[in-house]
Structure formats: structure tokens, C-alpha cells
Design a binder for this molecule. Sequence first.
Ligand code: PA5
Length: 327
Amino acid sequence: MSIDEIDRRGFYKDFHAYGDKLINQYMKIGDLELEVRNVPVVISGMGGSGAVGDIIRDFLYYSSPIEIIVNKSHELPSYIDDSYLLIAVSFSGNTRETLAVVEEALRRNMPVVAISTGGKLAEYSIKKKLPHVMIERAMAPRSGLPGLLAAALRVLEADLSHSYEKDVVEASRYLNYVIRAWKPIEGSKPWSLAEKVMGHIPIVYVPHNLTSLGMRAKAAFNENAKTFLYWDTYPEIYHNEVMTYQAEVMHKIKPIFVGGGDKSRFLYDLLSEKGLSPISIEYPSDVGRLAALLKMVLLFDLASIYLAVISGIDPYPVELINRIKEL
Ligand code: PA5
């Protein structure tokens, strides 16, 4: 059966266009003006929109001059005050949690910038005279990641008076390069990954400064393939989770090691001896942090889409999420 028979809307094509979308939206949005400079930020959003905050925090893990807090709820912690800038991200612009956070930020006199494709967030921004970055539509929030990310980076650039253009250009080129070999065909890397995890519960281990990848991989498998994926981080697992492998091993799980050093290799070998056939994925070391991270995000995004297709599941619809939004 061909991918187009299962993924009838051609959802996978949105992901294949990540590289172009990232650079096009970044260039189209252009330089932004903000009234604040060098202030710490709270990036708030849910699901596919919330992934933007995680990715930016990890991208700037070693280089951010400011504190970056990622918020994924309808509330703000008590210590957030008007010295922070709120970047509110909602693809649809209608997510209640994100709208509630904007209202709360205004109650605290925080500066706010909103990012969406329109919706109530755009309307509210006009009403309250808040800066709003309108991004282009994609088929779904999760496939709108490049546009959301481009917009949030532009906001950060204005806050920090620093350009991330080199990183964005490199990431875009790199994504366009890798996608050429990542088609929905047997033998391509994401397709092979999907085949290997088929019938298993993947457990992805990532370095502590790449939690965005674990979270995004989980969300992609949940929403696209409608299946579980769990994740954890090095070095924390060496202090707890490893013990589960000492005792009985469940053959329905598929450990996936992303990056890691000697300790992860030790664990990989141990699990191989126990017959678990773990997977090891090399983390790119020949490109900058944004390019490397987005390549890994795309790998898991595509693996989740291809897994859905192999399993005969349409990756696009997310009825239960939509039903719960109505409650
Ligand atoms: O990917 C999805 O469809 C969801 O995770 C949404 O991103 C989430 O429900 C929040 O909606 P929005 O991105 O429109 O704010």
C-alpha cells in the first residue's frame, strides 16, 4: 500500500518541507522591534506550539545571555514578574491555556509578544495593542514548527540584539540536504527506524541538554502514530532507570540511545546481550546546535509518520485532542 493511500491528505509533505519553511518564514518575518532589551523570557505554549520553547532553550543551552523559562500550562509561577517578557505561542491562536497565560502576564504588567496564525490570540493582541507575529498556516500545529520557531527566534533576536540568521540558514540547508535521503521508502533512515520500533514501546534516551528532542519525539509518536513513546535523559538514568535493566527485561520495549558516551555504550552492549536489540543514533557533530537538533527532530517526526503509515493509521487526525479542547 502506498503512503498516499494511508496519509490521504499528504501530511508527510509538510514535514518534508521543513528546511524551506524555516528559512522562508524567517526571512519573511524579518527584523522585529521590541520595547524591551535583554530581558529574560517565558515562552508559553501547548503541544506542538510548546515545542518551540523547548527547542529554543536547548539550542541556546550554552550561549543564552538570558534566562529562558518554558511554560506549558494556563498559569505562571509566582516568581515571574514584569522583568520577564512573555512570548505566547499558539499555532491556532485559540488554545485556552495560552490565552489565559497572556491575560495573567498583562495582570502582572509583563511585556507580551504573541505568535499565531490568527485566532483569538491575534484578535486579543489587536485589542490590547500587543505586538503579534502572524505566521503562515501549515496543515497542523505540529507541522507548523518551522514557522513558529522562526517567529520566536525573531522575537529573541529583537530582545537580545543578536542575529541567529547563520544558524537558521545552516539548519535550513541541512534539513533540505538530509530530506533527500529520508523519503517514505524502505531503507531510508526514518523508515528503518519506524520498522524497528513497530510493535514495541520506544524509550528514547537523550543527553540532559536535549530534553526538547525527547519531548518532541514523544509528542510525534503520540499524535502521528497514535502510540506510546517514553524518554529520559543521561546522566540521570545512570542513577535510577538502569536498575530496571538489571532485573527482568521486557522484550516489548525498544531502547533508543541518542548520542551519549561510554556509559550509554556500556548500557547498549548490556541490553544487546539481553536480546533487546537496542538502537543507537549518532548525534550530528559536524553542524551547529540548531541544525543538529532540528535534524533529530525531523528524524523522529518522520519516523512517527512512517510508523503510522506502516501500521495503516492516518497520521493527520487528532480527534481526541480536539474533543478535549471543546470541554
Ligand atoms: O499538535 C497539535 O495539534 C497539538 O499539540 C497543538 O499544538 C496543541 O493542542 C495546542 O494548540 P495550538 O498549537 O493551536 O496552540
